[in-house]
Design a protein around this ligand. Structure first.
Ligand code: XMP
Length: 479
């Protein structure tokens, strides 16, 4: 038995000491940081791989806002693949398989398809699948005779571009031709894709977006550590996942390390995130096994009871500081996972050495998380729960065709709880608060960048009285 004498601290135990600053505007401070050695984020926020937090809708918003979402693993491989593909398709400026109709169809047929698919234009092809015309909603607007052939109203003057047209060229051509749709056509007149003005405008609306090398939104996928999970890794990478999170509660373990080595062996280019750990030694072991990023946090999460059940864990600020110190020489970034309650906690986590911060329950309360809004006594909530809670375990087994027996339910030792979190509106608003808090924290430390912040930050410890003084006090908070 050994007792470590240093007191371990968490976010509420400290404050960042204000320092001289020559930052004129906090909102323009760059928060660019690294998720892995190769993936940069403009907003260093990661949505947790929890079934109440990240599926495709959350991942799309996260990536558009400059962060990233990790699709959880509590679903079939096929379903996880679909979720990843949905993110990958969300913002591609090329529609791969645009809807086509033939010269044999009528105006009524086109109207029906336009309504059913909510598309603004249909490409018309001949029997050899060559593009011969285009119909837009404007062409259909005042057309009353549904029995007329499409060839009577379609526009035959088609402006098209070659299959490998770049985003820049597509923008230029749409402008030059004054059209909203640009079919991509090969040498034989066959359609290979479609560029629409609407899709291009969506892209330019999110300048901070996290993208892969093909210009698609970035997304991560969580996997477990059992041998059969290698199939999940392969499917996720094939679907375009940008990183793989090897997700277990006690990441400083042979199971985790074997899985990391296995992934590295079979997919040498994969960006692998390992975790969770809470010590310097654990961090080093994962780095030696070949990870590109280490996820830190044992028991700090809002829905975790690991520390109560197992008596194990390290208060999160100390865990982040020690793990970041251990990783520094290798250049492998740290993700501070769990326990973020206020935007200022993001600033503290990053100042302590984390490159990014993973968020669970704060995002579980938003529109983009899976699940419905519940109303109780006039207040709105959404569900959150630990992935090691009893309910999550029962549901997971059910999905795998395993109905747990009464004994199995009774014997299960849960390390997470089921909970409700206040409804928080759009994920974007939560992210703005978190990133805004980080920028403010940087500014109070006189820092111009994340790197600068980590060098300059000075923490001061505080007592319970200091903590009380730090929140609203002696007033009735109205909003
Ligand atoms: P927050 O505080 O953001 O934390 O809600 C999210 C993180 O909590 C972890 N997590 C768990 N930890 N038992 C645990 O001990 C659980 O059942 C559980 N479920 C999630 C996870 O690291 C997540 O990112």
């Amino acid at each position: 038995m050994k007792i470590l004498q240093d007191t371990a601290l968490t976010y509420d135990d400290v404050l960042l000491v204000p320092q001289y600053s020559n930052v004129d505007s906090r909102r323009v401070l760059s928060t660019k940081s690294w998720l892995t050695k190769k993936i940069a984020l403009h907003s260093p926020i990661v949505s947790a791989n929890m079934d109440v937090v990240t599926e495709s809708e959350m991942a799309i918003t996260m990536a558009r806002e400059g962060g990233i979402g990790i699709i959880h693993r509590f679903m079939t491989i096929a379903e996880q693949t679909r979720q990843i593909e949905r993110v990958k398709k969300a913002e591609s400026f090329i529609v791969d398989r645009p809807i086509t109709m033939t010269d044999q169809h009528t105006v009524g047929d086109v109207k029906r398809i336009v309504e059913e698919t909510d598309t603004g234009g249909i490409l018309i092809v001949d029997k050899d699948e060559k593009l011969i015309g285009i119909i837009t909603t404007r062409d259909l607007l005042f057309e009353e005779d549904d029995s007329r052939p499409v060839t009577a109203i379609m526009s035959r003057e088609i402006h098209s571009a070659p299959p490998n047209t770049s985003l820049k060229d597509a923008e230029r051509l749409l402008h030059e031709y004054r059209v909203e749709k640009l079919p991509l056509v090969d040498k034989n007149g066959k359609i290979t894709g479609l560029v629409t003005l609407k899709d291009i405008m969506k892209i330019t609306k999110f300048p901070k977006a996290t993208k892969d090398s093909k210009g698609r939104l970035a997304v991560g996928a969580a996997v477990g550590v059992r041998d059969k999970e290698m199939r999940r890794v392969e499917a996720a990478l094939q679907a375009g996942a940008d990183c793989i999170v090897v997700d277990i509660a006690h990441g400083d373990s042979n199971l985790e390390i074997d899985m990391i080595k296995n992934i590295r062996k079979h997919f040498s280019d994969a960006q692998i995130i390992g975790g969770n750990v809470a010590t310097a030694d654990g961090t080093k072991r994962l780095i030696d096994a070949g990870v590109d990023s280490v996820k830190v946090g044992v028991g700090p999460g809002s829905i975790c009871i690991t520390r109560q059940v197992a008596g194990s864990g390290v208060p999160q600020l100390t865990a982040v500081i020690q793990c970041a110190d251990a990783a520094r020489d290798s250049g492998i970034p740290i993700i501070a996972d769990g326990g973020i309650r206020f935007p200022g906690d993001v600033a503290k986590a990053v100042a302590a050495g984390a490159q990014t911060v993973m968020i669970g329950s704060m995002l579980a309360g938003t529109d983009e998380s899976p699940g419905m809004i519940l109303t109780r006594r006039g207040h709105r909530y959404k569900a959150s729960r630990g992935m090691a809670s009893l309910a999550a375990n029962i549901e997971r087994n059910k999905r795998e065709g395993n109905d747990l027996t009464r004994e199995e339910v009774e014997d299960y030792v849960a390390e997470g709880v089921e909970a409700a979190v206040p409804y928080r509106g759009k994920a974007r608003e939560v992210l703005n608060q978190l990133v805004g808090g980080l920028q403010s924290g940087m500014s109070y430390s006189g820092a111009q960048s994340v790197e600068d912040f980590q060098k300059k930050a000075i923490f001061v410890r505080m007592t319970g009285a200091g903590l009380r003084e730090s929140g609203p006090h002696d007033v009735e908070v109205l909003g």
